[in-house]
Design a protein. Structure first.
Length: 183
């Protein structure tokens, strides 16, 4: 056998093994047991949320995009999350305005809010012009958007709001100015 033929055969075998291996990997990752959704579009956003039992008020923004306004109960609070798509439609943003922070916030509270952000997702943000402290939940807008997944993420957000109340609720801060989980 010629060396050229052996090299061609080995190259073919290597390509075949790689393609079979990658095909098996793709099959293993999608074994059909995980229910798939589909990415949300602005046309489907309100319908999807109403299908989950939310009362939705739709707002059309000046740029033509859609924001869905919801009502959500968390403990004794009634909160009003908004749900919208990023401009490139790859992220679903769920945002809840928590409280308008007055001037003179104790430094230790600000530090604890930033420390909470550093633990994992960057949940907290503040609109500088309105001083509205918000909690944000970005969700990738891919085939994982099923009703069950969205409900699970909303429950996660509700728990996060409840467990961080001592950071964002001024009524939970002590009169000495310290508050939060450690004081």
């Amino acid at each position: 056998m010629s060396t050229r033929w052996l090299k061609s055969r080995n190259l073919f075998l290597a390509a075949f093994i790689v393609s079979v291996g990658l095909g098996s990997l793709a099959i293993a990752q999608d074994d059909g047991t995980r229910k798939k959704g589909r990415p949300l579009t602005e046309d489907r956003l309100v319908e999807f949320l109403e299908g989950l039992g939310y009362e939705v008020k739709e707002t059309k923004n000046s740029n033509g995009s859609i924001t869905a306004n919801l009502t959500m109960e968390v403990g004794t609070w009634t909160l009003y999350p908004t749900v919208s798509l990023s401009p490139d439609k790859t992220v679903i943003w769920v945002t809840v305005g928590l409280v308008k922070l007055e001037k003179g916030i104790p430094d230790d509270i600000i530090v604890k809010i930033f420390a909470e952000n550093e633990k994992d997702l960057k949940f907290f943000s503040m609109n500088p012009s309105t001083r509205l402290l918000k909690i944000n939940l970005p969700l990738p807008n891919f085939d994982n958007i099923t009703p069950a997944y969205f409900r699970e993420q909303m429950e996660f957000m509700k728990k996060r709001i409840a467990t961080t109340e001592d950071l964002w609720n001024p009524k939970k801060w002590s009169s000495s100015g310290s508050g939060g989980k450690d004081g």
